[in-house]
Design a protein around this ligand. Structure first.
Ligand SMILES: C[S@@+](CC[C@H](N)C(=O)[O-])C[C@H]1O[C@@H](n2cnc3c(N)ncnc32)[C@H](O)[C@@H]1O
Length: 333
């Protein structure tokens, strides 16, 4: 991590947004938001690759110092186009303008500015979404409960500090908090999730002092480096704005040897009829389901995030129709 709190890494994944455009050779990139140096402006404009929400300079030989928000989205050939599409289809969702962010003393973006910019939704929408999620997750848990219980059994019995990213209404707490000596930090940008998550924490046997809710996004966690034993994240990477940055944040907050446990719905195989419908319905899904994408290749993102080890399984749960393709697994830092 450099002095600005930004991360350089090598990324070899092809571009997921514009498949023809990405170059599959190593690049030195900033995985946190869009970035460039002023001196590399022309390079940036003529040779970019688009990875998730970020456009990145393609140049394997030079080091790049990144400043968040230095590049207006409109100057970027990839994001410029995406921003236009987003503004047409996503009336509810605020545009993603990193220039607004002040640098905190730590060099990281201000978590409050970040959550307001990335996840600014009308209050009524957030309240409604929290209520719907509370109802909907009950049938999802019937399908996935056993698999989740098995995954969380890998947490073992020792005392743990667990950060659950995108905790929502807290349906996972009953699997990993019951009968374990844990402190849980539930992170979610939607403040209306807190009352449901808190009730779920009480049902799982946690005392008030063992559960903390933070309104924040995965792209900028207000949590110290190397401070948690495990990060739990289920059905969230489909919704975050920037998957790569979120995964770097997960790695940053995990203690050495810590585990990231995930369950995500992902894109069905290319060419399948399910994939056709996922691609076709994705804009509608984003609109009605709080920014959720049906067709992300999230396992590629996890594998590209340079954890020391990733164990994951692809599973098919036909009862879940459009989101029937899932990945479930664990990664270590
Ligand atoms: C489909 S819900 C899943 C909730 C919960 N993890 C579960 O399994 O039921 C997605 C959650 O991610 C949260 N979310 C959306 N964008 C996020 C972001 N950028 N960072 C963290 N959480 C986010 C939403 O508020 C919502 O609670």
């Amino acid at each position: 991590m450099n002095s600005l709190g930004l991360v350089s890494s090598s990324i070899v994944a092809p571009c997921t947004i514009h498949p023809g455009k990405g170059r599959s050779r190593d690049v030195i990139t900033c995985s946190r938001f869009r970035c460039q140096t002023r001196t590399q402006k022309s390079l940036y404009e003529v040779r970019t690759r688009c990875i998730g929400a970020s456009c990145l300079p393609v140049d394997a030989s030079s080091r790049i110092t990144c400043h968040e928000g230095e590049v207006p989205v409109s100057q970027c050939p990839c994001c410029g186009r995406r921003a236009t599409i987003a503004s047409l289809t996503g009336a509810l969702f605020a545009s993603f303008d990193f220039r607004k962010f002040a640098h905190a003393a730590s060099g990281r973006p201000d978590p409050k500015l970040l959550v307001d910019s990335i996840h600014s939704r009308p209050g009524w929408y957030e309240e409604f979404f929290a209520l719907v999620l509370e109802k909907l997750m009950k049938s999802y848990e019937l399908q996935m409960g056993d698999r989740k219980a098995q995954l969380f059994s890998y947490l073992g019995d020792k005392a743990l500090t667990i950060l659950e990213l995108g905790i929502g209404t807290g349906p996972n707490l009953k699997y990993y908090a019951k009968g374990r000596d844990v402190s849980v930090i539930g992170v979610d940008p939607n403040q209306h999730m807190e009352k449901y998550a808190r009730a779920a924490a009480i049902n799982a046997g946690l005392q008030d002092s063992q559960f903390k809710f933070l309104r924040a996004v995965g792209e900028g966690l207000p949590v110290d480096d190397d401070s948690v034993d495990a990060v739990v994240c289920t059905l969230v990477l489909c919704s975050v704005k920037d998957v790569a940055t979120t995964l770097q944040e997960v790695k940053r907050v995990l203690k050495p040897g810590g585990s990231y446990l995930f369950v995500e719905h992902v894109a069905a195989p290319e060419g399948s009829s399910l994939r056709f419908w996922q691609d076709f319905l994705n804009p509608v899904q984003e609109f009605v389901a709080d920014g959720c994408h049906l067709n992300r290749n999230t396992l590629d993102d996890i594998q590209n995030a340079q954890f020391t080890r990733v164990n994951a399984q692809r599973i098919n749960v036909p009862e879940l129709s459009l989101i029937s393709t899932h990945i479930i697994g664990m990664a270590q830092v």
